[in-house]
Design a protein. Structure first.
Length: 221
């Protein structure tokens, strides 16, 4: 019994790596290891080396395959040196040469999709457009976004529903999912974020859960 429980926990942890949820089911594009579970590597795992200048975003898919034997990658927007066609073509070629599939891009620092001030919220939505375009060019299935804003739970929820809804509409045209991480603030409250996603009501809008980043009881992570 203990052995079975250990196996279940081990496999569940592996299955959680890199898994996004859209409309309640796992999105495509993850990768199988010897356990039979699909996994992909998040670029943030190498953030210290990237910040130190030891490696670049263009090195990431090469290292994922060569050093870790993982053939699916999740990029971080702040590590890109641009989103121009030439840069994306080079990144695509690096991935192709190493049999790596580009899974998603994690987007940060492009404004608050739950901003209560509508003009700022719409500006944030529009600043995410280039990342949907980049994800489409790279063959990703999703971008990961944040649902942040300043105000009461209800106010930010209302604003986030609007912001995510607008962004998801743009994503639909490119065949890109918009998935929200519980990444601090109200989004780390599982009930709050699930309510927001339900209200958006779009098949391409879902969540990418970080299971160590939910609020527990007293509102602390």
């Amino acid at each position: 019994m203990k052995s079975n429980r250990r196996q279940f926990i081990k496999k569940s942890a592996l299955a959680a790596a890199g898994i996004g949820m859209v409309s309640g089911y796992p999105v495509k594009g993850l990768f199988r290891d010897e356990t039979g579970f699909k996994i992909s590597l998040a670029e943030w795992s190498l953030h210290r080396a990237i910040f130190a200048g030891t490696i670049s975003n263009l090195d990431f898919p090469v290292m994922a395959a060569r050093d870790f034997g993982i053939f699916g990658v999740e990029y971080v927007s702040s590590f890109f040196e641009g989103t121009g066609s030439q840069y994306l073509a080079e990144l695509n070629q690096k991935a192709k040469d190493n049999a790596v599939e580009n899974v998603l891009i994690m987007i940060d620092n492009e404004g608050n999709l739950g901003d209560l001030y509508k003009p700022s919220r719409i500006q944030a939505v529009e600043r995410h457009y280039r990342w949907i375009d980049a994800a489409h060019t790279l063959g990703c299935h999703s971008i990961r976004v944040n649902a942040r804003g300043e105000g009461s739970e209800t106010e930010v929820a209302d604003a986030a529903v609007d912001g995510l809804g607008r962004l998801s509409e743009y994503g639909e045209q490119a065949g890109i999912n918009v998935i929200v991480e519980n990444h601090g603030g109200y989004s780390s409250d599982g009930k709050w974020i699930s309510g927001v996603i339900s209200r958006v009501g779009k098949k391409n809008c879902g969540t990418l859960p970080d299971f160590g980043n939910f609020w527990i009881g007293d509102g602390k992570e």
